[in-house]
Design a protein around this ligand. Sequence first.
Ligand SMILES: NC(=O)c1ccc[n+]([C@@H]2O[C@H](COP(=O)([O-])OP(=O)(O)OC[C@H]3O[C@@H](n4cnc5c(N)ncnc54)[C@H](OP(=O)(O)O)[C@@H]3O)[C@@H](O)[C@H]2O)c1
Length: 334
Amino acid sequence: MSLGKTFTLNTGVKIPTLGFGTWQAEPGQVKDAVFEALKAGYRHIDLAKVYGNQKEIAEAFKDAFNGGVPGLKREDVFITSKLWNSQHRPEHVSAALDDCLAELGLEYLDLYLVHFPVAFDEPSNPNEQLFPMQESSSHPDGDVKMFDGVSIVDTWKAMTQLPKSKARAVGVSNHTKEHLQALIDGTGVTPAANQVERHPRLLQSELIEFCKEKNIHITAYSAFGNNMLGVPLLVQHNTIKEIASRLGASPAQVILAWSQVGGHSVIPKSVTASRIQENFKEIELSKEDFDAVENIGKVEPRRFNIPYIANKPRWPVNIFGTPEEQEAPHKVIL
Ligand SMILES: NC(=O)c1ccc[n+]([C@@H]2O[C@H](COP(=O)([O-])OP(=O)(O)OC[C@H]3O[C@@H](n4cnc5c(N)ncnc54)[C@H](OP(=O)(O)O)[C@@H]3O)[C@@H](O)[C@H]2O)c1
């Protein structure tokens, strides 16, 4: 079965560059959405413990791999999931992977990522209590209780020791150049991938340059600019719409084509069958159209997913070093 366009990870394994996202795909919708995606041809599925929908996604996998999608087998699909922030203590990492596999009814993941370079407090059961809260907080939505006793290097070391039979490759998400360098210096092991927010308003050019040099694959999340701030999606941006109408394509297809230039992968989310199919139809962009999309981020740069200002409850931590995070009382522990 064809994998479509692929990129070869630093482990030698191929990852399809067009994948499928599952965040905010609600229970009751997500099983059908993942099944539809597999039926439409997606062979790269992005998951996470914290999305709270892995048990339902397991049903879609079971149906698809047992004849629901003719000929499709587990080994035809590249499946990624993520270690959550409350599971960062080295002694919890292996159990967290086992819990993740049990939720999904799978024997292995193709890629297991550290979801964020921050650790939350770890309650008695870090697999179930995902958002431990501070007892008192000045913020109306409350503050998550951070844990500064484990560094990102400690967690990464434990990730690198996971059995390859259960996690074929390990990587990270939401890591900056500084965080990645700390992991490499601290363990000698380079993450296979870094999954980060990337869309026409957030080009991530410096990070991409660094990752290229280190042979770290970039996966783009929130390619359409999904955010919790109520700003219109980038499929409504005039430049994108103009290119799409000239090419007889959809705005989503233009963004997805731009996203994959350079071998990056992209994981659009949809629970709508027609959009799932539309997003899987690949188009090619000319150099001029690629540059026009790229120019959006030069003129109107914007990062949406900043947990200190966008998340409920708030995460009191400075992850990306943006001006918005300067007042956050915690920092990433290297
Ligand atoms: N590592 C991380 O920290 C992190 C953070 C965020 C996301 N992610 C991953 O990246 C995936 C994608 O990012 P995202 O979920 O933030 O958002 P996204 O893919 O940028 O946007 C999803 C939104 O776009 C809509 N949409 C999809 N196709 C469309 C089309 N053809 N035309 C118009 N609208 C369309 C969807 O609506 P419908 O669903 O209603 O069709 C949904 O509202 C996530 O699902 C998750 O797997 C990872």
